[in-house]
Write a protein that binds this ligand. Structure first.
Ligand code: NAD
Ligand code: ZN
Length: 340
């Protein structure tokens, strides 16, 4: 049945209001306008940023909205003037903001829907053999954590790194540190259940702040004889952001903020920490240029140089999206992928 040029009625998980559960609704997805592409979503991950926006914490959050930004799918039709894509292409949406429907679009993606329309510039064409229920995670989490290490921090061979928070983002940062040739990678988490996987991903040591009466930065400075060369905050907690900075070696240590803190929170440290030569940075999408980099990351995954399958601990049908959010909140998963 040809759908091109017609409105498609399909299922989407609609966030009607902040703090309310998602509701599975039938929605109308308009044909792509000039410069837009309509795609059939095959799979999508659930990221903390979706939950953050749903909770109402995001000051820029608008409702009603279709959330989701870690998806992969197939081009269903293209709008006027679109030259880089054609029907049948395998694609990963990229979160560059864009509006166009009466339901608000989220991060230019809105992947919690069977069909979605995105701007041509918000799409990366990837290998058509790539398993979409895995590579969808390259649309956010894995790419961000990995890029934070290899692009933003530019971790050097032989260096010592500390990764705070061993969820998907932290594991991806560990993978980046390892790829860059770090000699020591210290994983830090309050939940001891996270340690085994972190070690499988390349952490050489693991530390639980609960096992120490002193601040964790002091413990790390002592363990590393002066501090780490690079640290990564993958929690979203301003106190940990400070600890991650202060765990760095004076003179050259660099700390990268990956976690998204709650609205209104502010970071602090003594200026002395910076004036003695530490650098504090943040990362968005791991410092990658999305359109050109995501297909290359897919290639690296296909050549088994990048772990992706290992991040997927649960695969659920799309209609079980609420169960997926519950698993994430309970800390019981690395990533949940929803299949359509
Ligand atoms: P996650 O919940 O899977 O992992 C967080 C980990 O931190 C958990 O293992 C938890 O036990 C641990 N933790 C909690 N409090 C801690 C503490 N005080 N000390 C040490 N560890 C602690 O989350 P995730 O999916 O890996 O995402 C991590 C963060 O990255 C989130 O804030 C998310 O919003 C953010 N994020 C940022 C970007 C970006 O572009 N910068 C992109 C995606 C996600
Ligand atoms: Zn995300």
């Amino acid at each position: 049945m040809a759908t091109e040029g017609k409105v498609i009625r399909c299922r989407a998980a609609v966030a009607w209001e902040a703090g309310k559960p998602l509701v599975m609704e039938e929605v109308e997805v308009a044909p792509p306008k000039s410069g837009e592409v309509r795609l059939k979503i095959a799979a999508t991950g659930i990221c903390h940023t979706d939950s953050y926006t749903l909770s109402g914490s995001d000051p820029e959050g608008v409702f009603p909205v279709v959330l989701g930004h870690e998806g992969a799918g197939i081009v269903e039709s293209i709008g006027e003037g679109v030259t880089k894509f054609q029907k049948g292409d395998t694609v990963i949406p990229l979160y560059i903001p864009q509006c166009g429907k009466s339901l608000f679009h989220f991060m230019g993606c809105s992947t919690f829907s069977e069909y979605t329309v995105v701007a041509e510039i918000s799409l990366a064409k990837v290998d058509h053999m790539a398993p979409l229920d895995k590579v969808c995670l390259l649309g956010c989490g894995i790419t961000t954590g990995y890029g934070a290490a290899v692009n933003t921090a530019k971790v050097e061979a032989g260096s010592t790194c500390a990764v705070f928070g061993l969820g998907a983002l932290g594991l991806a940062a560990i993978m980046g540190c390892q790829a860059a040739g770090a000699a020591r990678i210290i994983g830090v988490d309050l939940n001891p259940d996270k340690f085994k996987t972190a070690q499988e991903f390349g952490a050489t040591e693991v530390v639980n702040p609960k096992d120490h009466s002193r601040p964790i930065q002091e413990v790390l400075v002592e363990m590393t004889d002066g501090g780490v060369d690079y640290s990564f905050e993958c929690v979203g907690n301003v106190a940990i952001m400070r600890a991650a900075l202060e765990a760095c070696h004076k003179g050259w240590g660099t700390s990268v903020i990956i976690g998204v803190a709650a609205a209104g929170q502010e970071i602090s440290t003594r200026p002395f920490q910076l004036v003695t030569g530490r650098t504090w940075k943040g990362t968005a999408f791991g410092g990658y240029k999305s359109v050109e980099s995501v297909p290359k990351l897919v290639e690296e995954y296909m050549k088994k140089k990048l772990k992706v399958d290992e991040f997927v601990t649960h695969t659920l049908p799309f209609e079980k999206i609420t169960e997926g959010f519950d698993l994430m909140h309970a800390g019981k998963c690395i990533r949940v992928v929803l299949q359509f």
